[in-house]
Structure formats: C-alpha cells, structure tokens
Design a protein around this ligand. Structure first.
Ligand SMILES: [Zn+2]
Length: 154
C-alpha cells in the first residue's frame, strides 16, 4: 500500500488560502449580524464530520466502514477499510459541497451572514480539499491513513 499524506506546510497553505475570502468578507461587510454569523459558523462546524458520514453512507454505502476517532472539537471520521476512490471522494468532499451550497444560498437570498458563514465553513474543509487535490490522479481503492492526515492506496 502507498501512503499519500498532507504535511503541515500543505495544510497551512490550504487553510490560509481558503480562510482569506472569509476574512476579507468579514472585514468588508461590517453590517454582518455577528450573532447570526456565530451561530451559523458553530452549526457548520458541528455538521462537518456528520456530513462526511452522510457522504460515505449515501454514495459509498460504507458508513459501517467509518469510525470516529478523538473527541470534540477535534473528533474526525476515518474510513478504516478500503473503498473505491470515487466513493471516498464523495464522502471526503461532502462538507465542502455543503459549505459552498450554504454560501450560494446566502448569495441568492442576499444574506451576507449566511454567505460569510459558508466561506468560513469552507475554510474548515481545507484539509479535505487539499487531500482531494493531492489524490486527484489516484485510482482503485483507498482508506484513511491510520495515523497521519491522508490515505493509503493500493
Ligand atoms: Zn473534513
């Protein structure tokens, strides 16, 4: 099995790039309802890991292959048995897709706090997006790396 993992500098780079639109938006839109934004951010943060499980369960039909490691707020869902990379990507990117949808709903409804919360939520999915990018040419079966942030492939 081959390991594809994210190192600290890769994680920080993706976090910084994805946090930038949120911070700029937060800085520009001073009229943002701070309390609504705070609740939306907490809601999106709490939803992050369950959205991974929903993604693995709905498309990968593999929720039974996931386990939760650690405790809140750093608990994370891990895929502990190999699954097809296409199914893995759906579960991996489910939170990012939800955050983008939240942002777009905010744009459509003209709700700046919802759009900003979506951008903030997207920043919390930076490692997921970085891993999706790094495994973009991976084929076959993957599972989460047992100790590092990344995957094992065959
Ligand atoms: Zn994630």
């Amino acid at each position: 099995m081959k390991a594809i993992t994210l190192n600290l500098s890769e994680r920080l780079l993706w976090q910084a790039v994805l946090a930038l639109p949120f911070l700029v938006g937060f800085w520009i839109w001073e009229s943002v309802d701070t309390l609504a934004l705070l609740w939306a951010l907490i809601g999106l943060f709490v939803l992050h890991e369950p959205l991974h499980v929903v993604g693995y369960a709905l498309v990968g039909r593999r929720a039974q292959l996931t386990v939760v490691r650690g405790w809140l707020p750093t608990a994370a869902v891990h895929v502990v048995e190999p699954m097809p990379v296409a199914s893995y990507r759906v579960g991996l990117l489910a939170p990012a897709a939800w955050m983008i949808a939240t942002c777009l709903v905010g744009v459509v409804l003209g709700q700046v706090w919802l759009m900003t919360a979506g951008l903030g939520g997207l920043a919390t999915a930076s490692s997921d997006l970085a891993l999706a990018w790094k495994t973009r040419s991976t084929v076959g079966q993957v599972q989460d790396h047992p100790t590092d942030l990344g995957v094992l492939t065959d």
